[in-house]
Design a protein around this ligand. Structure first.
Ligand SMILES: Nc1ncnc2c1ncn2[C@@H]1O[C@H](COP(=O)(O)OP(=O)(O)O)[C@@H](O)[C@H]1O
Ligand SMILES: [Mg+2]
Length: 296
């Protein structure tokens, strides 16, 4: 079945257009309609995610990080609108597709199985009246009905993979702490072995010790499944501890992208330098130090 890559505008050339790149965003522009005209929330973004890497997206609140994620997942709602650009996704075993040219069923077929999303504030997205195991089963059966027969065996394994006890499967969300709920959602995200997970502020609103556990679990997912990850966080400490490369957003623009050590050691952009200067140094240097939450 040809997924009509020929309908692609053919502009997705950015940085490294080969099989090592799982996602390639070119010249993406996203606007919100306001009564004072269009507000440009993402302004000409170019970004490539390499297969198997953890890419961080940094930048203070309001810089356009979540808008970028929603646009690439095609989950942006009005008054938001994708005004320009192309986003090429190269999942395993599927032809390269321009996510912006996809609709309906074809897009749904990619979700969870190839492209998975951990939304900002997702801890509150679990259904309060359903046991955790039924929430797993819902996602698996809806998106991979052929696995219906194996759901019962899958759940304990998935829970263990994010460091949770298997008895969590019987519980309701209110019986879990925030960090446990976040880990349940991470386990649901990897249930169908996606190629790429986009996690938006996965540690925000969790206390520092739990943040470290979540960061470790995210790193483990990459190591165990070879999944690529995009981790969005306003917190530079998260990037310092977790990511391979980091892209810095400021007022809708990506002002700097590079290897995380290079960006932290010798930032090229003044804005990046300011962000780095705002992190408590101890948090960066010694991951075992029970640091205060970095400044927001
Ligand atoms: N629904 C919306 N309508 C209008 N403006 C919005 C909407 N959602 C976000 N914005 C604006 O877009 C900008 C980027 O927001 P967002 O992507 O949420 O940033 P971040 O995730 O980096 O905090 C902000 O200025 C925000 O006010
Ligand atoms: Mg956000």
């Amino acid at each position: 079945m040809s997924e009509s890559t020929e309908t692609r505008p053919g502009t997705a050339s950015a940085t490294t257009s080969d099989g090592d790149t799982i996602l390639e965003i070119s010249d993406l522009r996203v606007e919100y309609a306001t009564n004072r005209g269009a507000f440009v929330a993402v302004d000409g973004a170019d970004l490539a995610v390499r297969r198997g890497e953890i890419l961080g997206i940094a930048g203070e609140s309001g810089s356009g990080k979540s808008t970028l994620a929603l646009a690439l997942l095609r989950l942006l709602k009005p008054p938001g609108r994708i005004a320009a650009g192309s986003i090429t996704f190269r999942g395993d075993g599927v032809p390269p597709v321009d996510l912006l040219a996809m609709q309906g069923r074809r897009l749904r077929a990619l979700r969870w199985r190839h492209l998975s999303y951990l939304p900002q504030g997702s801890m509150n997205s679990l259904n309060p009246v359903m046991r955790i195991r039924d929430q797993f089963a819902d996602v698996i059966i809806e998106h991979a009905p052929e696995r219906k027969g194996s759901v019962r065996e899958m759940i304990p394994r998935l829970l263990r993979q994010v460091g949770l006890e298997t008895r969590v499967a019987q519980m309701y969300p209110h019986e879990l702490s925030g960090g446990m709920k976040q880990r349940v959602l991470m386990a649901i995200c990897v249930a169908l072995e996606p190629d790429l997970i986009i996690a938006d502020e996965p540690t925000t609103a969790l206390d520092v010790t739990i943040q470290r556990v979540i960061l470790q679990s995210l790193a483990d997912l990459r190591d165990q499944f070879g999944v690529s990850l995009v981790v969005i966080s306003h917190d530079m400490g998260v990037h310092a501890q977790l990511v391979d490369r980091v892209a810095v957003m400021h007022a809708g623009k990506i002002v700097e992208v590079g290897d995380v050590h290079q960006v932290f050691d010798s930032p090229r952009d003044d804005y990046t330098r300011g962000l780095i200067a705002s992190i408590p140094r101890m948090d960066l240097l010694d991951p075992t130090t029970p640091a205060e939450g970095p400044a927001r």
